[in-house]
Design a protein around this ligand. Structure first.
Ligand code: FAD
Length: 406
């Protein structure tokens, strides 16, 4: 074995994949994977879906079994928050006093939840959804008839709302914007999901900004809106976005904008330091701009890119981002990034619970939201990657296969 060491900071989707890919690409040296949580890398998507509902067992959350890391000589250092990076001495320092020297460093620190800052927000009964431990806290209060208020109508909030309804809770979603999913999808998709949730008995309130959490005996009693209206709550789940964990990188002098800036090989402004996943702000050649993505696909693919580069293989990152969300019997699959679109074209019928929205910018297809429409989801990838400019009338026509539009 070579004496060189790769240290991976963060044991999530990206960190776990980086360790596996380093061995796959024949990294001959040591690998140390240091993670703040007590767990080996696990899947986060089920936390607001099957694991929250109890349909997916704990054991099935994990990306790889413990034996995999042992067999592949990956040192697992868990419950170890890395507090600082010394790029001169090529050493990371953990809060618990341990230090690890590296030749190459991969930052896979992910993101943390954005917290409510209003009065009462720290009381008992207010939850976030990012970790296994978060879900365990929520599950202890997930009882039929309990009143759940979800703050934030993004994917995670809506998924949690769908699970809670199925489990018989009374659910209210408070969304500050005038539609749900406003940050990530067009109005057609927002309107569809608002209807679906309302039909399922969720009280969706739009333009509803929380200004206070009313507390009784240390525990949440209600969410108070701007204007004073109260929504009674036995528990609250807050899903108002995440913030990249980029502070240790910035403090060490790496270039950080919205996340840690990287090039096409996932390298940061220091050639021996890489950043991947939710914490990284990469240049995406398909969109000709920098972006920070929050998706499993992005975390896994950037991990492969970084591992390949460390092993001397150039595998420049050029991916059409994709994402999914499961709510009730609906699978939403998103290909690409719709931000900045100037035209939306709908194929299929939302009423039939199977349709796609194509987002165009200056005639070019940049993203697709496909609801129970896998062919449209799959077919869009090549169109987006090729920078195709399909005619809207043909995009709209369900009889025209997408492959004919390249
Ligand atoms: P993370 O998975 O966040 O892992 C980062 C790890 O690094 C964490 O364990 C963290 O504790 C650790 N860490 C941070 N700082 C330090 C430090 N200083 N020292 C040591 N360790 C540190 N994506 C999809 O594509 N589809 C979905 O349906 C979907 N659903 C989701 C549902 C939920 C509830 C959540 C929370 C996320 C969901 N996502 C989904 C997003 C997806 O899970 C993330 O994009 C993905 O986890 C990013 O992987 P990552 O490794 O970059 O970050």
């Amino acid at each position: 074995m070579s004496e060189e060491t790769v240290v991976i900071v963060g044991a999530g989707h990206a960190g776990g994949q980086a360790a596996a890919s380093l061995r796959q690409f024949k990294w001959p040296g040591h690998i140390v994977m240091a993670g703040e949580e007590a767990y080996l890398p696990y899947q986060r998507p089920p936390l607001s879906k099957g694991f929250l509902s109890g349909d997916l067992e704990y054991e099935r959350l994990f990306l790889k079994p413990e034996a995999f890391y042992a067999q592949h000589d990956v040192d697992r250092v868990l419950e170890a928050e890395i507090a600082s990076l010394d790029l001169e001495a090529k050493t990371v320092h953990a809060k618990n006093g341990e230090a690890h020297r590296f030749d190459k460093l991969i930052l896979a620190t992910g993101a943390r939840v954005r917290r409510l800052t209003c009065p009462g927000a720290d009381c008992d009964g207010v939850y976030y959804l990012r970790t296994i431990d978060d879900v365990r806290g929520i599950q202890a209060r997930f009882r039929e008839g309990a009143r759940l208020v979800v703050v934030g109508g993004g994917y995670i909030g809506l998924e949690a709302a769908a699970v809670a309804r199925k489990m018989g809770l009374e659910v209210t979603v408070l969304e500050a914007e005038d539609r749900v999913l406003a940050r990530v999808a067009g109005p057609e998709v927002s309107a569809f999901y608002q209807d679906v949730h309302r039909d399922a008995g969720v009280d969706i309130r739009l333009g509803a900004r929380v200004s206070e959490i009313a507390v009784e005996d240390g525990c949440v009693r209600a969410c108070v809106l701007d204007g004073g209206e109260e929504t009674p709550a036995d528990l609250v789940i807050v899903g108002i976005g995440i913030l990249p964990n980029a502070e240790i990188a910035a403090e060490a002098g790496l270039v950080v904008s919205n996340g840690i800036d990287t090039n096409e090989f996932a390298q940061t402004s220091h050639r021996d330091v890489y950043a991947i996943g939710d914490c990284a702000n990469h240049f995406n050649p398909i969109y000709d701009r920098r972006m920070r993505l929050e998706s499993v696909h992005n975390a896994l693919e950037q991990a492969k890119t970084a591992a390949a580069h460390i092993c001397g293989k150039e595998k420049p990152y050029s991916q059409v981002p994709w994402f999914w969300s499961d709510q009730y019997d609906l699978k939403l699959q998103t290909q690409g990034v719709s931000a900045g679109y100037d035209e939306a074209v709908v194929r299929g019928a939302p009423d039939a619970r199977s349709f796609a929205v194509f987002y165009l910018k200056k005639g070019r297809l940049i993203a697709t939201d496909a609801v129970n429409a896998p062919a449209e989801f799959l077919g869009s990838k090549a169109l987006i990657a090729a920078g195709a400019t399909p005619a809207p009338e043909r995009l709209k026509d369900p009889d025209v296969p997408l492959k004919d539009l390249i």
